[in-house]
Design a protein around this ligand. Structure first.
Ligand code: FMN
Length: 162
């Protein structure tokens, strides 16, 4: 068997640019928030979802002790919101309107869908941690299309005729 080839961060990043993701903002009381492209459904019974956070995040260490947060999935008009929450530090909520979720985390007015969560577990994942969440409440706010991130830019879905 041949030895596994070393994958460089540059190669990894280059190829991963071709993998599309949705865009979500993880919010918590404060208000606190950060943009993530790694939000994923994990389990139906029990309802679990998760995302990955870089160890360099300055916001996650402030959310983690609260033990609760809301995941806001952005619609295709959410590009400015995503940019605001992808900046480290500062007042990310200036100009962003929101209300409290049933569990007291911010639900962004522009969100397509939201998930009110508590932390189930936080697991080492290389230079990230994997946050597994119990979902307690969830709702679709409008029927718009999701914001997509791929090839290093924001994209929109278009329906393909079949
Ligand atoms: C489209 C997009 C997706 C992102 N996905 C993630 C992610 O899944 N995990 C993560 O830790 N950071 C992700 N980021 C980067 C964070 O939003 C960014 O590092 C932010 O500055 C963190 O802020 P903080 O230092 O306040 O935590 C993403 C950024 C963008 C624009």
């Amino acid at each position: 068997m041949t030895a596994a080839r070393e994958v460089t961060p540059e190669q990894f990043r280059h190829v991963m640019r071709h993998v599309p993701t949705g865009v979500a903002v993880v919010t918590a009381a404060g208000p606190l928030g950060l943009a993530v492209g790694s939000f994923v459904s994990v389990s139906l019974e029990p309802p679990l979802a998760g995302f990955f956070v870089a160890r360099t995040s300055t916001t996650w260490p402030r959310i983690e002790p609260l033990g609760r947060f809301c995941v806001n999935v952005l619609g295709e008009d959410g590009e400015d919101t995503s940019r605001a929450f992808a900046v480290s530090g500062g007042d990310k909520f200036g100009g962003v309107s929101w209300r409290e979720s049933p569990m007291g985390s911010p639900v962004l007015d522009g969100a397509l869908a939201w998930f009110d969560c508590t932390t189930h577990s936080v697991t080492d994942a290389g230079d990230h941690v994997f946050v597994l969440a119990d979902v307690h409440e969830l709702s679709v706010r409008n029927s718009g299309r999701p914001l997509i991130f791929c090839h290093g830019t924001y994209q929109r879905l278009s329906r393909k005729e079949v």
